[in-house]
Design a protein around this ligand. Structure first.
Ligand SMILES: C[S@@+](CC[C@H](N)C(=O)[O-])C[C@H]1O[C@@H](n2cnc3c(N)ncnc32)[C@H](O)[C@@H]1O
Length: 508
């Protein structure tokens, strides 16, 4: 518990007992919200990176916790009487902040403490949370709040809270670590994400008519793996508000993640009302975008207002005669087929890092020099022999673009007859080299990238989403390219022209 003591010492600089004097003094100049946030972050930085990742111990920054609680209060949470549960409460971002709001409307500290309930799997974080809430309520080192150390996914939940608020952990889990089969309501076996299971338990723990406020990865909004979760939300709740939180690399310390805020009212007889969409960021707070209906069909992605605001092209990759498929070679599963030198029946391997926009893509090994090769016992459709471009399948927060593509150098076919790519890539193939080059240039534009980002909430590029990505009509792009030498301007003009063409056809 040395970590807990060090973190809690940061709150008591005046006792002169801290080992981090200057850090604690700097913290003492911050607002309570900020100070509490940094005490939690400090504790998690003392954990190993692995534990931090496993528990998703990334805390909600104060501006976001406040925006979420503003929404809950706006939609009727009663600060004078209401009870609150946070089932992933480490760091107390929500519980400490709401404690302050409860006392601000006149509730007595003891009464406030009795209405706050938390769970965290990490005993240190649970103790720190109690300390932070006690500090906020002026209860000395003692807090009577109900903070349990346990695995929320294995606990029994009754519908007893007026507000359930959480920034739950995320990451894949297997049914073995979950209690019962509640997960089946929100996830497909083989693709169970902790955050989806937390959404289900939050709804279970809320009273009928109560609010559930969540900060969760954005993938549930459009991702094909989250159809069950979308269906469950529509069935069990009224979706009051969906917020885009951004930018992705500025939300949590130490991790880049696209996140959404979701505000629900638990009700099985969900009233069909439009859902409010907004943007939330550290400087502007909550900015409304508009209200839109959610599709009834769980297979359909939820509307994305930023996408609706952009001119619609109305074409897809298929209209350009280009198809997309995931990279074939998984080197850490089939390392025995990887060669450092050329052999008969071996084809050069294109790694994701060989994809550099604006340059022809050529196979090169980890040192950036000689190519690696993959052996084949027989001819395989995985060997790409036709005109192709390669797109990176995962991006990191340092990359300004989600879509990063490059055309494969014709010299590769001339020398080796074909190539293979690794699984962190997507291959775009067509019969015509000119079509492939045109698509590649288009995908590298900000206009296409913005449309992809609006569809996808995750850093990984999905083949399925790429196939449905809205592109300008090929004839409009061809015409715009003749007028605008700059691909960015050509793409913008082509989207505009396609939208006009589409509108014209409708009018006619
Ligand atoms: C993303 S952090 C959010 C923490 C904090 N409540 C906030 O909003 O900033 C997730 C928290 O869930 C906790 N956690 C992870 N797995 C858990 C589980 N199975 N049951 C309960 N808590 C869990 C972690 O220790 C961590 O404190």
């Amino acid at each position: 518990m040395a970590r807990v003591r060090l973190a809690r010492d940061l709150l008591h600089i005046h006792d002169g007992n801290t080992q981090f004097g200057s850090f604690a003094r700097a913290l003492s100049t911050l607002s309570v919200d900020e100070r509490h946030y940094w005490v939690g972050v400090f504790y998690t930085l003392l954990l190993s990176a692995e534990v931090r990742r496993d528990q998703a111990a990334y805390f909600t920054p104060p501006y976001l916790a406040n925006a979420v609680l503003d929404l809950a209060v706006e939609y009727g949470f009663d600060l004078k009487e209401g009870s609150v549960l946070d089932p992933a409460a480490g760091g107390a971002a929500f519980l400490s902040t709401i404690a302050a709001r409860m006392t601000a409307v006149g509730a007595k500290p003891d009464q406030v403490a009795s209405r706050l309930h938390g769970v965290d799997i990490d005993p240190g974080l649970a103790r720190i949370s109690c300390g932070l809430i006690a500090d906020r309520l002026g209860l000395g080192g003692v807090s009577t709040i109900d903070m349990q150390v346990c695995d929320a996914l294995r606990r029994h939940w009754k519908p007893e809270f007026d507000l359930v608020v959480a920034n739950p952990p995320y990451g894949r889990v297997t049914p073995a670590v979950l209690a019962g089969d509640h997960w089946k309501k929100v996830a497909h076996s083989g693709n169970i994400n902790k955050y989806a299971v937390f959404v289900e338990l939050c709804l279970r723990a809320a009273k009928p008519g109560a609010l559930v406020a969540l900060v969760i990865p954005s993938s549930f909004r459009t991702g094909p793996l989250y159809t069950k979760l979308r269906g469950y939300l529509l069935e069990q709740a009224q979706v009051l508000c969906v917020g885009d939180v951004g930018p992705r690399d500025e939300v949590f310390a130490d991790v880049a993640q696209d996140v959404s805020v979701l505000l629900l009212r638990k009700t099985s007889a969900a009233k069909r009302a439009d859902t409010r969409f907004c943007m939330i960021d550290a400087t502007a707070g909550v900015t409304d975008i508009g209200a839109y209906p959610l599709p009834r069909d769980q297979e359909e992605p939820w509307p994305c207002p930023t996408l609706n605001a952009m001119p619609r092209g109305g074409a897809t990759l298929a209209d350009y005669g280009v198809s997309a498929k995931a990279g074939y070679f998984v080197w850490n599963r089939e390392g025995d087929r990887l060669r450092k030198v050329e052999e008969a029946d071996a084809y050069p391997l294109i790694w994701a890092k060989n994809v550099k926009p604006g340059q022809l893509c050529r196979p090169a090994g980890k040192d950036g020099k000689a190519a690696d090769f993959v052996t084949f016992e027989e001819m395989s459709p995985s060997i790409v022999r036709q005109p192709a471009a390669v797109l990176q399948r995962t991006t990191n927060n340092k990359q300004p673009r989600r879509l990063v593509a490059a055309v494969v150098d014709p010299a590769v076919y001339a020398r080796w007859g074909g190539f293979v790519t690794e699984n962190h890539t997507i291959v775009l193939m067509g019969d015509s080299a000119a079509d492939v080059a045109q698509v590649c240039q288009l995908l590298n534009t900000a206009a296409a990238d913005a449309r992809y980002r609006a569809l996808s909430g995750t850093a990984a590029v999905s083949v399925q989403l790429l196939r449905t990505l809205d592109l300008p009509k090929p004839e409009c792009l061809a015409a715009a390219t003749k007028i605008h030498a700059d691909p960015e301007n050509a793409a913008l003009a082509a989207y505009e022209a396609s939208a006009l063409l589409h509108a014209g056809r409708h009018v006619a």
